[in-house]
Design a protein around this ligand. Structure first.
Ligand SMILES: Cc1cc2nc3c(=O)[nH]c(=O)nc-3n(C[C@H](O)[C@H](O)[C@H](O)COP(=O)(O)O)c2cc1C
Length: 332
């Protein structure tokens, strides 16, 4: 069966890749990902605050010092010290490119247009085959309007696209009021692909210590459902590639993401739990599904259950419980 796909204009032998995470921090796990057949490898993000020395990074650093025991929270909450500063990040891109043949996607995480985005060019020069721009921001300022914030994100994409010739994907959060319109604006600004969705650490409350504690748990398959809906809604609508990110643990999850319309499928939690080799298992499971369903190529199944092609588009569009509840009543 033909598993090949195209993502951000890159021709890939199959759709499974390692999403942005510490998995690309050392060359040993990078080689294991390549051996497992990864179609591409996304590096952890380099944060805007690392390049501008801004306040949020200091804040994150403080949180890490308070919770030194939690390695995962540490990995995400301490972009400053944990792995790579800007210079080492570019060197890491180079080292990975020398070590493996798979496409390498570097990741920038930031929220404001400006000089720091010039770093995108350095990453492209270091050999990154594509860039992923993680634009998650948490706006707590009552003066800031959604429109303004979205306009800044669009401007960021425009600036990065002006700085580099390599393709650029935008990794989004699910928290937009009108995601389809925003997706179109990002694509009009030059985005070659969208990654649905980012997943972030969330503050929890310790009721004994009366303290707020940052928590980052690995995902489970339940988180895929939110992705399936939006993949299906955006599939074929913007001209940009779509990658699933979040809740892919089994081959069935991979099949679902593709049926919903994903061109590529990113995996992180499952690989952190089970090792890079799990990617090979997922690929074989995908192959088996295609064979047992008499489908000879990925192209023939991708998007088969997206909003446009599924038999019941209302299943994706319905936001309230009324219909489901009525159905359950009727079944009783
Ligand atoms: C330990 C850890 C570190 C991560 N670091 C980053 C990062 O630096 N940049 C980023 O865009 N996403 C990062 N992510 C988010 C993942 O790329 C991914 O979007 C998310 O974990 C959902 O996918 P999953 O369910 O397969 O884990 C990280 C996730 C984990 C668990």
């Amino acid at each position: 069966v033909d598993l090949s796909t195209s993502y951000l204009g890159l021709r890939l032998p199959q759709p499974l890749m390692a999403g942005a995470s510490p998995l690309a921090d050392d060359l040993d796990s990078v080689r294991r990902l390549e051996d497992a057949g990864a179609a591409a490898i996304v590096l952890r993000s380099l944060f805007e605050e690392q390049l501008t020395g801004g306040e949020p990074a200091q804040l994150l650093g403080r949180e890490r010092r308070r919770h030194p025991g939690d390695a995962t929270a540490y990995a995400l909450a301490d972009p400053m010290g944990y792995a790579f500063g800007p210079d080492r990040y570019a060197v890491q891109v180079q080292r990975i490119k020398e070590a493996v043949a798979v496409p390498v996607i570097a990741s920038l995480n930031g929220t404001t247009p400006g000089g720091w985005l010039a770093f995108a060019r350095l990453l492209a020069e270091a050999g990154a085959d594509a860039l992923e721009l993680n634009v998650y921001r948490l706006v707590t300022d009552a003066e800031r309007r959604g429109e303004e914030v979205e306009a800044e994100t669009v401007e960021m994409v425009r600036e990065v696209k002006a700085a580099v010739a390599v393709p650029v994907a935008v990794k989004l959060s699910p928290f937009y009021t009108a995601l389809v319109h925003f997706a179109h604006a990002l694509v009009a600004a030059g985005a070659d692909g969208l990654v649905l969705f980012n997943r972030f650490y969330q503050p929890d409350i310790d009721v004994e210590a009366l303290a707020v504690t940052p928590a980052l748990h690995l995902s489970d398959s339940g988180e895929l459902l939110l992705r399936l809906r939006w993949l299906a809604i955006l599939s074929g609508r913007t001209g940009a590639s779509l990658a699933a990110s979040g809740g892919v643990h089994t081959a069935t999850d991979v099949v679902k993401a593709l049926l919903a319309g994903a061109d590529a499928v990113q995996v992180v939690s499952a690989l952190l739990e089970r090792g890079p080799e799990h990617l090979g298992r997922l690929r074989r499971g995908l192959e088996e599904w295609l064979e047992s369903h008499g489908v000879d190529s990925l192209g023939a199944m991708r998007g088969r259950l997206d909003l446009e092609r599924c038999a019941d588009p209302g299943a994706y569009e319905r936001a309230n419980y009324l219909y489901i509840l009525q159905q359950r009543e009727a079944e009783r």
